[in-house]
Design a protein around this ligand. Structure first.
Ligand SMILES: [Cu+2]
Length: 172
């Protein structure tokens, strides 16, 4: 539309047309940049932040657990989840993997196939987000926007851990 307007100008008006064209290009570039920036600022400002600390505890397959097994949050919340691996036994590696509800066993089995190189986290659409695998004494954090309303599961995908280390997230 802008181009056809300029084509209609005669030769004498070409300078004005070019200037107008450049102005419009610059204006539209600036305008887009400003819109994007405002969008980001609005998301940051509007979303409340919820800090959640989850401790992974225990030193045997019978003891190991997350200290909390239920997280309640709301839509459009910035969640800052910190996983603290409080285990001391060298075999107690833990992560936090947020998944669609009811997919724990499948994800854990696929995680086993994925292996240590991928921190036992499979490539699967049912995996929403996850921390890196932590060794005893390590801490790992993730920040993300809460998923849509619903109930989700979280598990540790280190081999053999998911049945003991699991919980759910309720998004209201
Ligand atoms: Cu674990």
């Amino acid at each position: 539309m802008m181009l056809s307007g300029i084509i209609l100008l005669n030769i004498n008006d070409m300078k004005i047309g070019t200037a107008l064209f450049l102005f419009m290009v610059l204006f539209s570039a600036c305008n887009n940049a400003t819109t994007d920036k405002i969008k980001l600022t609005e998301i940051d400002a509007k979303n409340p932040v919820q800090e959640i600390t989850i401790k992974a505890q225990g030193n045997t397959m019978d003891e190991m657990q997350y200290d909390i097994t239920e997280i309640t949050t709301y839509e459009k919340t910035t969640l800052h989840i910190t996983l603290v691996n409080e285990s001391t036994d060298g075999s107690m590696l833990h992560n936090f993997v947020l998944i669609k509800t009811g997919t724990a066993q499948t994800i854990a089995e696929q995680g086993l196939q994925a292996g240590a190189k991928d921190d036992y986290v499979p490539i699967n659409d049912n995996v929403l987000i996850y921390t890196k695998m932590t060794k005893p004494g390590e801490i790992s954090s993730i920040t993300f926007t809460s998923p849509p309303k619903g109930t989700y599961d979280f598990i540790c995908t280190y081999p053999g851990h998911w049945s003991m280390m699991r919980g759910r997230m309720i998004v209201k």
